[in-house]
Design a binder for this molecule. Structure first.
Ligand SMILES: NC(=O)C1=CN([C@@H]2O[C@H](COP(=O)(O)OP(=O)(O)OC[C@H]3O[C@@H](n4cnc5c(N)ncnc54)[C@H](O)[C@@H]3O)[C@@H](O)[C@H]2O)C=CC1
Ligand SMILES: O=C(O)CCC(=O)C(=O)O
Length: 526
């Protein structure tokens, strides 16, 4: 039974699949913090949050069974993603479900800002009738500068265009074609900042975007500009915004998000030009249902070991590519496990070489799988999420290369591992209809099905050596299921790969090592 802990308010209807799952126990403790959260997370397999719960490194490390942290929404800045990656916990979000709601909310803020609607409302309900104080501006023919032209930025552009606004956008990833498709103008940051009558930010909050809009940037804006932030507090430097409003540079600001939430009695609220909502961008029935459905499905997939889509700390693999790579997964993992068990010293370098059909594929996910399986015999707590991170941390150099030489196979791959003292390699292929095969171990050609309990014996190619091994194992009741021998030249170095029906007791292993021709014996589980 998987325990799924939910600590922020999520739509009941949205999490129905989780509630109905027979292998899931849902524990809903909204508002859980501090020691209570640490206690509850200890036995949780999954944690579902929105933006309130702070998922710190301490919380993540306490989660002994934690496999996935799911954010019902877009921004994951309340989650310590590097700490999750380090611990091998997958972080997923629901990037699409609240796009429309947030774009609509931003648009509502835009109109409210232009026409002073919240300020006017306040006075009317207080019994005042002051029409002169609330003269606004039209949106028609005004320029809206959008900083960050992703999902929300682009949806906002469509709405602004319908109101006959001129839309310009700055986004480092915005192409001319995309700008043209939306009927907007692609601009540099400085241009977008200097031409906007309204400037709205829709980027994530990152090292680069923190205080992106600061004193210097306000100085470059048009006099009387109006500013919106429905993305993340901190993209706009609040103290600089305050100064810019007081100086008259900025005519008004609409804020849904704040550097610290809740913002309490913020100095900005003393300014009548500021309108605010309490992080309501995604707060619609539809958006909350969408994001809850999305993350519930993702969590179920991850807990059940099924493919999933929206991992934040894993490169996303398009479904089509996932399908193409699926047949190779077993091969790459088996070879990784084989070479990982062959190598007994600390690994310094791993090179994976792809040839044949594989050389034409996007193979990064396979390299990650290989790394996970090879390193799992050397390092604790390694998984698909943290494998590259752990390798880097340990100074293991990982190389991925493609070769034109597939050794006569339709597809071929080789994994080579270097340590300070030794070097091992294993090659393999996928035989149509027969599954993975090991085709070479070190310099020895073989044909081994990589499965079961194997004995890997290095020996001298001398008459009687194979017989002695067979007799010894037979006398100890160890049945040999299959056997493969590989050698480079008669009388030289050779290897035997035996698949046996059960592991060897220690004393049998020791006796085997005493056989004259045998140089080393190793058990390999695949
Ligand atoms: N107020 C609310 O309730 C909600 C807020 N959000 C926030 O809105 C923001 C945007 O969300 P989405 O559009 O879904 O994300 P997105 O990932 O689709 O778009 C973000 C865009 O920002 C661009 N970008 C990144 N760094 C930039 C920079 N330095 N300058 C200019 N552009 C940059 C990216 O290239 C990307 O196109 C996020 O911060 C998200 O957390 C999202 C949903 C609800
Ligand atoms: O969960 C919420 O209401 C906040 C949504 C949000 O800010 C996001 O998805 O980034």
């Amino acid at each position: 039974m998987y325990k799924v802990l939910i600590t922020d308010p999520l739509s009941d209807h949205g999490i129905e699949k989780l509630l109905q799952a027979e292998d899931v126990e849902v524990v809903r403790k909204v508002g859980l913090t501090g020691d209570d959260l640490l206690l509850e997370i200890e036995s949780a397999d999954a944690l579902l949050v929105r933006s309130q719960t702070k998922v710190t490194e301490e919380v993540i490390n306490k989660g002994r069974r934690l496999k996935v942290i799911a954010r019902a929404g877009v921004g994951v800045d309340n989650i310590d993603v590097p700490a999750a990656t380090k611990k091998g916990v997958i972080v997923v979000n629901a990037p699409d479900g609240n796009t429309i709601s947030t774009a609509e909310h931003t648009f509502a803020m835009l109109i409210s800002l232009a026409r002073n609607i919240p300020q006017a409302h306040r006075t009317v309900v207080q019994g005042e009738w002051n029409r002169k104080a609330f003269v606004g501006v039209e949106l028609n023919q005004k320029t809206l500068s959008i900083i960050g032209f992703g999902r929300i930025g682009s949806e906002l552009a469509k709405r602004a265009k319908a109101f006959r606004m001129n839309v310009v956008a700055f986004d480092p990833y915005l192409t001319e074609e995309r700008a043209e498709k939306f009927g907007i103008k692609k601009a540099s940051f400085d241009e977008a900042i200097s031409v906007g009558d309204f400037i709205t930010v829709h980027t994530p909050l990152t090292k680069e975007t923190r205080h992106l809009i600061n004193h210097n940037v306000f100085a470059k804006m048009k006099d009387g500009v109006r500013i919106l932030n429905c993305a993340r507090g901190g993209i706009i430097e609040e103290s600089a915004l305050y100064d810019a409003i007081v100086s008259g540079k900025v005519a008004g600001a609409a804020l849904d998000v704040f550097e610290v939430e809740p913002p309490g009695n913020h100095p900005l609220f003393s300014l009548p030009q500021v309108i605010a909502t309490p992080h309501l961008g995604a707060s619609t029935i539809e958006a909350q249902e969408n994001v809850a459905v999305d993350v519930s499905e993702e969590v179920l997939h991850i807990l059940r070991g099924e493919p999933f889509k929206n991992a934040v700390n894993l490169p996303s693999i398009p479904a089509e590519l996932q399908q193409k790579l699926a047949p190779y997964q077993e091969l790459v993992e088996k070879l990784g496990h084989f070479v990982g068990q062959m190598t007994t010293e600390a690994i310094k370098e791993i090179t994976i070489t792809y040839a044949g059909e594989l050389a034409d594929r996007e193979v990064a996910p396979l390299t990650r799988m290989m790394l996970k399986s090879a390193l799992s015999h050397h390092l604790a707590e390694i998984n698909y999420v943290n494998a590259p991170h752990v390798a880097k941390q340990r100074g293991i150099h990982v190389l991925e290369q493609k070769s034109g030489h597939s050794h006569g196979f339709t597809q071929w791959l080789n994994i080579e591992v270097k340590t300070a003292q030794s070097q091992h390699s294993v090659s393999g292929t996928l035989l149509n209809g027969f599954g993975p095969r090991i085709t070479k171990i070190d310099q020895f050609p073989v044909d081994v099905t990589p499965k079961g309990h194997l004995l890997f014996i290095q020996h001298l190619d001398q008459p009687g050596a194979i017989g002695r091994v067979g007799t010894l194992l037979g006398s100890q009741g160890i049945n040999i299921a299959t056997m493969q021998v590989g050698r480079k030249m008669a009388g030289g170095q050779a290897i035997m790969i035996l698949r046996v029906d059960k592991p060897l007791p220690n004393d049998v292993m020791e006796t085997l090592k005493q056989v004259d021709e045998i140089q080393s014996v190793m058990e390999i589980d695949l």
